[in-house]
Write a protein that binds this ligand. Structure first.
Ligand code: SAM
Ligand code: SF4
Length: 458
């Protein structure tokens, strides 16, 4: 699909990614610890009842220069062992606060690079969780993996532990791009490790790619995407490179090689979109693609798609997210709670029996309404405002009032062919999908006088 360059220019401005609402840069410093404990306890009485566990492993073998994640490059085995022991203690701290009848529906290992850890460390933590919590029968057990540290035996051990979702960071197949961004090479040929994974039918495989890196061009990226399709993963994520050197200093290194222009970057995504949709992958949200028979594609069809910090999921498996580990963000129905980003503080705090939560945000009813609308846009590209009004027990007129949406802006989106809006139903067009962050932002009253710094929308 070719999109008018002038639209890209108009809408390529700093805009939240809306992995949460309000976004993380609105979180406050914790001053009242008792209210944080109260928020965790209160989550027991809120929907969804299921528990999602997020485990953050910050360790990586080498720093990729583009990386926007919370990472620590280390080979310090004592520190790593200490960190694992601390995670076990954090589970001990959390367990008594959660009602015993609540079950785990998701466990997500993110990072950093969780598979940088020896398998024994993963086993210790998984057994601790299984010993302390019940899981639902179809629980999603996922890990973000770097192919540089992945052996077939490691995959076998993960399967033994119940893992049924693996995601590989590929980023690009082009050697020059990978070397420039300081990316470690895979341990085994990607095709071999994927062939091994495919011997386990219960595993859903995702591959991550990025566009917008130095030396990426249309010809080579076409090859990368064709190679990706040939590997036939269940899902692919094609992320727009978020360049935020004021937060991630090492990203500055990439500027000396020259980053693709906004126009070139869009060309790369359009090419990826064309190849993936041409191979039957269904576009999901902003940057994900899934096979038609994948649960995400089915959930999109029935407008049951959901999203949290870990990515897209279905409403069946989603739970309130309780995060373990440094920098992890718990996503409860009425609160966001973020652990410290300092590993030293994290270990010390847990040793003292205190949750290392440094930032928080308590979400009020009006913000829940806005969050609901933004999530419907970002996931299902469809909002029935009558349904929203009913779900939040207010009138449709009040829904519009709370979001402070400007109907002229909606009219402009409509005249640009980005959405349909009639009888209180908003539906994004195919073209509008590319601008969903901008459309979502039009329902965010915080964006009216926004002083915060976000990465660009496209
Ligand atoms: C935690 S990493 C995945 C696991 C492992 N560390 C790896 O790199 O293979 C999460 C993903 O975030 C994406 N990512 C990291 N930094 C990014 C950035 N600045 N902009 C867009 N995507 C980024 C990459 O695609 C990466 O695969
Ligand atoms: S992209 Fe992955 S491997 Fe690279 S530094 Fe970030 S988290 Fe670590």
């Amino acid at each position: 699909m070719k999109i008018d360059q002038s639209l890209y220019q108009k809408y390529n401005k700093p805009t939240p990614r809306y992995t949460s609402y309000p976004p993380a840069n609105y979180f406050n410093d914790v001053t009242d610890y008792a209210s944080i404990i109260q928020a965790i306890k209160a989550s027991n009485d809120e929907a969804p009842q299921n528990i999602s566990i997020y485990i953050h492993i910050p360790f990586c073998g080498q720093l990729c220069h583009y990386c926007g994640c919370n990472t620590l490059i280390t080979n310090n085995q004592t520190l790593i062992d200490n960190y694992i022991d601390t995670l076990l203690k954090e589970i001990d701290l959390l367990k008594p606060l959660l009602n015993a009848d609540r079950k785990i529906s998701q466990i997500h290992w993110g990072g950093g690079t969780p598979n940088f850890l020896p398998i024994e460390a993963i086993q210790k933590i998984m057994h601790k969780l299984y010993d302390n919590f019940e899981t639902i029968p179809q629980a999603e057990i996922a890990m973000e993996c770097h192919p540089a540290h992945l052996t077939k035996t490691y995959v076998d051990e993960l399967v033994q532990l119940g893992f049924n979702r693996l995601s590989f960071g590929i980023q690009d197949f082009n050697e020059q791009v990978l070397e420039t961004v300081n990316r470690q090479k895979p341990l085994l040929p990607i095709a071999d490790i994927i062939a091994h994974i495919k011997t386990y039918p219960q595993i859903s495989l995702n591959l991550d790619f990025i566009y917008g890196l130095p030396f990426q061009n249309l010809k080579d990226y076409t090859q990368t995407m064709n190679r990706a399709v040939a590997l036939s993963p269940d899902r692919l994520a094609v992320f727009s490179y978020a360049h935020v050197p004021w937060i991630k200093k090492q990203q500055k290194t990439l500027e000396k090689f020259g980053l693709p222009s906004a126009e070139e970057k869009i060309g790369l995504f359009e090419k990826a979109y064309e190849i993936l949709t041409g191979s039957q992958y269904v576009p999901i949200g902003l940057d994900h693609f899934a096979k038609p028979q994948d649960e995400l594609s089915k959930a999109l069809k029935t407008k049951q798609l959901h999203r949290n910090f870990q990515g897209y999921c279905t409403l069946d498996t989603t739970g309130q997210v309780y995060a373990l580990g440094v920098s992890g963000i718990s996503q409860l129905t009425s609160a966001y709670l973020q652990n410290t980003k300092s590993i030293t503080k994290y270990i010390k705090s847990i040793e003292a029996g205190v949750f290392p939560i440094e930032k928080y945000y308590f979400v009020n009813d009006q913000e829940k309404l806005i969050r609901d609308i933004i999530e419907r846009i970002m996931c299902n590209m469809y909002v029935d405002f009558n349904q929203v009004a009913q779900a939040h027990h207010i009138s449709v007129a009040d829904v519009y009032k709370i979001t402070a949406v400007n109907f002229e802006t909606l009219q402009t989106f409509k005249s640009e062919g980005l959405l349909h809006f009639q009888n209180h139903i908003l539906e994004l067009s195919r073209k509008g999908q590319f601008f969903m962050r901008n459309i979502a932002a039009s329902f965010d009253p915080n964006m009216k006088n926004n002083q915060k710094n976000f990465s660009k929308a496209l």
